[in-house]
Ligand binder design. Structure first.
Ligand SMILES: NC(=O)c1ccc[n+]([C@@H]2O[C@H](COP(=O)([O-])OP(=O)(O)OC[C@H]3O[C@@H](n4cnc5c(N)ncnc54)[C@H](OP(=O)(O)O)[C@@H]3O)[C@@H](O)[C@H]2O)c1
Length: 703
């Protein structure tokens, strides 16, 4: 149900909001209680108030750099981790190597007598230091992530600090330590390492870091004291598009397939033809996933393949097959296979897309040829005997698009070119938070248009208690909540998340109003298709128009394929795909629909990313959705695959300050939020109508 309310940009804004909030109090309180019930905690005391955000100065001073005129090529990718490494990785070891043994006291380190008690005490002290919890509240068996909100990056920092404090010889690899889920687990690993020497081949190899994934958990050891952390580099994004390039001919050496067994998923004529051809080459086929096989073909092209096919793919990959091929195209399969080939570098994994007119026999021959190891392209386009891959190429918008069209550079000229003015109505789904809230701000400043925001969070209505209101940082919030009587860390973490979410939504509403845009917020779960349709209909009915939509709702639950639950895959996938579908479908029911729809994808789809199989597939699917929506009455459905944005302290989005530090340590540049927001307007204003997907990334590392 919508609980929208306007907020005008005049002096009475606070009064209007307060008035609305009062009249909505009962309704929202009921929603809040449901939410708290769902979260497993009783409604707590009031803690909402117009508290300012933590000052961005709490973050390392960034470097604002001018865009580089030339592209920097990525350093040659180091040998990627093998599947067994992936399979052994911790839940969020998305970009890290795996397989180091426990830490040992360094040869050069003074001999230490480390008892279990002293190691545990050190571990608890470091965790307390990093989280703000007093040591006595950190039970050794608490789950660091679920109970204390210590994500993999913070865990890596903790591991690095412990390695320094306890003078552990880790060979530079603290990953296993960083993957331990509890203080007790970290302690056990350290103690085990003290009695067991690191193997001679313990590697410190850098895992491949695919370009600049938005929220992959990059593990980075904490720097030794005194060694200054590199400052993040924050720049305007570059515009990239996928371009086709010729690939070498693929051929399977004769005799190569003799005695091999292939699993064929999907029946029908293609399966029959392929089975015959494989048999002629001396191979066997089976349709039983439980059988032993060397390779698998996924032949079903009945849409949608994802997310339902994920468990089947996962089961196949568990066997570390030599080959995994899919007959494409299929929604999300490009992002899916780009990620599979990053997580399983020993498997030839690719989706093969043939032109529609290809005969069954040619389809089967093409699929067999793609068993070739001539290259590792995860996406191959075949037509009339040619093979082509896709690569990212920097393709600017020309002078106007790269410099801004007006002297002020505030987006006003771009907005005018798009046809947006004060009278326009723009709906931003996921727009009350994160990078979309930043974009809403730029839009409001440039046009003062009417802005409709949609998000899952309920509209915040309660004032915070004075003690909580005075707390700005997470550590201060923790202390204030502990002082208010909360004792269970999991409960405290949930309360902090709620407070921060409420503050962000409220601040966005206030800010947009101050910038002169009437703004309304709707609490809608995009997975509720009916509610999405209702909200769109209502917005259109209220204004008599809807000029443009931005779809930015999304969640991440990073895990390697081997560890991903089908439910989690479906949740991440559906939040993006089903939500976007519902929104786009809803516009088709309007008498006059929007002229543009911008869907927020991710560079993880364009490149694949370890640990983000669901997210990469979903963002790739958005491309197809936007493309299909385009064209009708000249409307443009544009998917923007963003690289990571710099957090601002007010609207961080998926890139947390910890993740920013990790990117900085790896030399990955981040998108300057002001430039990023203007970029979207420039793309809509000056980008070619035919462009339905584009990548904007600050980092030059995209291979
Ligand atoms: N930040 C980056 O660097 C970056 C990079 C690449 C791509 N992106 C993409 O940009 C978009 C915004 O990301 P962000 O970083 O700004 O993250 P964010 O702050 O977490 O924003 C995500 C938004 O999605 C909303 N949302 C999630 N599930 C929803 C649901 N079921 N129903 C309704 N709303 C829902 C959230 O609202 P509630 O919290 O109220 O649920 C929130 O407003 C995402 O699609 C992301 O994939 C971001």
């Amino acid at each position: 149900m919508s609980n929208g309310q306007y907020h005008n940009g005049d002096g009475g804004a606070d009064h209007l909001i307060a008035d609305f909030l009062r009249t909505s109090r009962e309704l929202i309180a009921a929603q809040r209680d449901v939410m708290l019930g769902y979260l497993g905690t009783a409604p707590a005391g009031s803690y909402l108030s117009p508290t300012p955000y933590p000052s961005p100065s709490a973050y390392p001073e960034p470097i604002y750099a001018e865009p580089q005129p030339a592209l920097v090529s990525a350093p040659a990718a180091s040998a990627a981790a093998g599947p067994e490494r992936a399979a052994g990785a911790g839940s969020e070891g998305a970009a890290g190597g795996v397989g180091a043994t426990g830490a040992t006291v360094g040869a050069e380190a003074p001999t230490q007598e480390l008892s279990e008690a002293s190691v545990l005490a050190a571990v608890l002290a470091v965790i307390a230091d990093r989280t703000g919890y007093p040591v006595d509240m950190i039970e050794p068996d608490l789950d660091l992530e679920a109970d204390l909100s210590v994500d993999s990056i913070k865990r890596a920092e903790i591991a690095g600090e412990l390695a320094t404090r306890l003078q552990l010889s880790t060979g530079g690899d603290i990953e296993e330590l960083a993957q331990a889920r509890t203080a007790a687990g970290i302690t056990a690993l350290i103690l085990a390492g003290l009695t067991e020497a690191a193997p001679a081949d313990a590697t410190t190899e850098e895992p491949e870091v695919p370009a600049a994934e938005p929220a992959a958990q990059l593990l980075q050891p904490a720097r030794p004291a005194g060694d200054a952390a590199p400052a993040p580099v924050i720049v305007a994004p570059k515009r990239l598009v996928h371009k086709e390039f010729e690939l070498a001919e693929a051929e399977v050496p004769s005799g190569e397939l003799k005695g091999r067994t292939f699993l064929l998923i999907g029946d029908g004529d293609l399966a029959i033809t392929l089975a015959k051809k494989l048999k002629a080459l001396g191979a066997k086929t089976t349709a039983k996933p439980a059988a032993a096989f060397d390779g698998a073909f996924f032949l079903s092209t009945e849409e949608p393949v994802l997310p339902d096919a994920f468990p089947t793919y996962q089961a196949i990959l568990k066997t570390n097959p030599r080959w995994l091929l899919a007959n494409g195209p299929g929604d999300g399969l490009r992002g899916f296979f780009r990620t599979v080939s990053r997580e399983y570098p020993d498997t030839i994994a690719r989706v093969v897309e043939h032109t529609p007119e290809t005969t069954l026999a040619d389809l089967a021959d093409g699929l067999i040829a793609e068993l070739s190891s001539v290259d590792r392209e995860p996406v191959v386009l075949r037509s009339a005997g040619t093979r082509r891959g896709l690569e990212l190429k920097e393709t600017g918008l020309g002078h106007l698009g790269s410099t801004g069209a007006g002297p002020a550079g505030d987006g006003a000229a771009e907005a005018a070119a798009i046809g947006l003015d004060r009278d326009s109505v723009v709906l931003l789904v996921g727009g009350a938070k994160g990078i979309t809230a930043r974009i809403a701000g730029t839009l409001a400043a440039a046009t003062r248009c009417r802005i409709e925001l949609l998000g899952r969070s309920p509209l915040p209505i309660e004032d915070e208690s004075p003690a909580v209101a005075a707390a700005t940082t997470e550590a201060e919030l923790r202390s204030a909540l502990i002082d208010s009587g909360l004792r269970a860390p999991a409960e405290i973490e949930r309360a902090i998340a709620k407070i921060r979410s409420a503050r962000e939504v409220r601040a966005t509403i206030l800010r947009l109003g101050e910038l002169g845009s009437p703004v309304r917020y709707h609490s809608v779960d995009v997975l509720d298709t009916e509610a999405v349709h209702h909200a769109v209909k209502e917005i259109h009915a209220d204004h008599g128009k809807l000029d443009g939509i931005v779809y930015a709702a999304g969640v991440i639950e990073d895990k390697l394929i081997a560890e991903k639950s089908p439910e989690s895959f479906a949740h991440v996938y559906r939040t993006k795909v089903d939500g976007a579908k519902a929104l786009l479908d809803a516009t088709n029911d309007l008498p006059e629909g929007p002229r543009f729809a911008v869907l927020f994808g991710s560079i993880a789809a364009a490149l694949g990313n370890r640990g983000q199989i669901d997210y990469a597939s979903a963002n790739d699917t958005l491309e197809q959705l936007g493309h299909r929506w385009s064209g009708v009455d000249g409307r443009r459905g544009l998917t923007i695959h963003w690289g990571p944005w710099a957090p601002t302290g007010t609207n961080d989005g998926m890139v947390t300050p910890e993740l920013m530090r990790s990117y900085a340590a790896r030399g990955i540049e981040l998108i300057d939020p002001e430039e990023g927001a203007l970029t979207l307007l420039r793309e809509l204003a000056w980008g070619p109508e035919s462009a339905t997907s584009v990548i904007y990334s600050a980092s030059g590392r995209w291979r």
